[in-house]
Design a protein around this ligand. Sequence first.
Ligand SMILES: [Fe+2]
Ligand SMILES: [Fe+2]
Length: 233
Amino acid sequence: MATKGATKASYSKYVDSLIANVIGPGIEEMLTGPFFVALREGKLTKRQLQGISIQHYWHNVAIIKGFALSMVRNASYDPLFYRFGENLASEEWTHPAMCKKFGLYLGLTEEDFENATMIYEEEAFVGTIIRHMYMGGNPVLGMISSLANEGLLQRASAELDTYLQETPYNIPEDPREFFTVHAWVDIEHFSRSAEALGKAITDEHDEALVTNRAKDLIRFQQEKWTGYLTAYA
Ligand SMILES: [Fe+2]
Ligand SMILES: [Fe+2]
């Protein structure tokens, strides 16, 4: 678990308490929400699983395009130019394809992906991430995005990976790759984000901004998972 992994290390007094009091409980709340209850009870339909594939596909396409545009935008400032380049050249690049193969395994076609649109909750979630990439004034706001999302996605992926391989879903290893990968690599990404955030925060004003933004990010994630249930009911 990201929260357990993270609490082994100490990042800064503030980041440790943010993880213990906001992010950790947010993850637990997400896992007790209706989507994850349905997952564990074996009640997610094929259509809902296909929906996760389509939504995650378009979400990750938006993220890598955001990195690409951020590289261009920061071309005259090497630290940011290379940071966005690394994001783009790392595993992020492979995410859309991983999300798509999960859906193709479930019977979707290439046309289904082309013709799909983001659901309201996904659009709201990815929209806020992109806004912070381009217009976020205080860099700690981008950093809390990474920390909260790595933590939430890691636990969501671990849960999906565990239950999707069991009856009644019985989904084999290859189509589950997106979840398997994130169940592992995001433990490391979470630690890295926590360390960076701890170094970047300078005063109580930063702390207040970060705490509020963390709560919003948790809410976006929770609403997104519930959104899949209703949009693909
Ligand atoms: Fe990732
Ligand atoms: Fe990650």
